[in-house]
Design a protein around this ligand. Sequence first.
Ligand SMILES: CC(=O)N[C@H]1[C@@H](OP(=O)(O)OP(=O)(O)OC[C@H]2O[C@@H](n3ccc(=O)[nH]c3=O)[C@H](O)[C@@H]2O)O[C@H](CO)[C@@H](O)[C@@H]1O
Ligand SMILES: C=C(OP(=O)(O)O)C(=O)O
Length: 419
Amino acid sequence: MDKLTIKASPALAGNVTISGAKNAALPILMAGVLAETDFVVSNVPNLRDVNTSCELLRCLGADVEQLAGAKVRISTTNLNECCAPYDLVKTMRASILILGPLLARFGTADVSLPGGCAIGARPVNLHLHGLEQMGAKIDVEEGYIKARVDGRLKGAHIFMDMVSVGATENLLMAAALADGTTVIENAAREPEVSDLANCLVAMGAKISGIGSATLTIEGVAHLSGCEYRVMPDRIETGSFLIAAAVTRGSIRCESADPKALEAVLAKLEDAGAQITSGDDWIALDMKGKRPKAVNIKTAPYPAFPTDMQAQFCVLNALAEGTGRVTETIFENRFMHVPELSRMGAKMELEGNTCIIEGIEKLNGAQVMATDLRASASLVIAGLMADGLTTVDRIYHLDRGYEHIEDKFKGLGGEVIRVK
Ligand SMILES: CC(=O)N[C@H]1[C@@H](OP(=O)(O)OP(=O)(O)OC[C@H]2O[C@@H](n3ccc(=O)[nH]c3=O)[C@H](O)[C@@H]2O)O[C@H](CO)[C@@H](O)[C@@H]1O
Ligand SMILES: C=C(OP(=O)(O)O)C(=O)O
């Protein structure tokens, strides 16, 4: 099993090119099921979850070509199977996003329940309830969601109890091909939801309110393929910016979108970073200074993203002062805390808040990656730790960061993959 070893690094410096966003690419690939003609997605990151998504589409009978230049071409002409099996779904939660498209286009979908995962239970009741409101009959049998509809799904007025990115995406895709108008209230406003909505519009869907909490979808009978470019990964961008901040460096992220990252950039400025940006780049300069501790509370967009919480814990662990980090989205997303504590970080958990007293440097240690962003936080911590840090179980990291060791190497960070 691959591992990463990380040595104490000098201040990170230079340019890094940001990849396409995992959390936008995965729903957009699933939306391929809705397209009756060839669909080409570009700026698709080369990640384990992308390969799993392509595998899932192939297993349904779709023709999927992963082309050079970060492109994927999907043709659904031969799609003849409507079952997403457990073996694939268990490795990637985003598989649940195949449910809405299959049901909307073919009237039938059997999708394995994704089950819980390390960061929390992650139920799918909102996905199922919304589809039922659109006329689907849903049974859960032997670990599978079995959804059926006679004819087309019907437009419905759906109020979401909680802000859910996945449920908003599933219902948006289902509503695009439904008969009549669907209104989704209290919809997630994450930039990745808007990216999916813009892709559906490019396929011929009629959606208004994109980027707001009320999405109105006038269903159409057919959607066609198009060529669509996935947005830049705001979480990868934020992760590199934090790595630069903790090493007191100065980097520039190319192909990045500063508008999607406002809450994170504001916190980095509070930590003492100088941030400058243009339409498609963001630069951070710490001018050799140690960051100051900041308080963080995760919440749905446009507030501070849960996917950046672990990385900010590391920033606080190395900052001047004491910072409080509160997680409100997932009930078990502090698994990096015991690992960072093994590296000498002074962290204490009180319910869903982590209180962190900053120290000058961590100690290298053998640590274990427990989930995707926790893994990224351990790599960042290793850059400011005396001695060698080894991060085990990096298959989590490979789900969400493309060529992470090469990108760090380009900035002067000593991150090496050991096969
Ligand atoms: C709002 C939010 O920040 N969502 C994050 C969530 O998206 P993801 O789509 O995975 O999760 P949701 O947005 O659906 O979940 C948000 C909250 O709603 C709850 N829930 C969700 C669906 C449902 O049917 N029932 C239910 O109770 C979840 O348990 C969670 O507490 O994880 C992704 C991966 O880390 C992040 O990129 C998203 O930013
Ligand atoms: C936890 C994440 O992804 P997933 O929803 O695919 O598990 C993430 O992107 O941080």
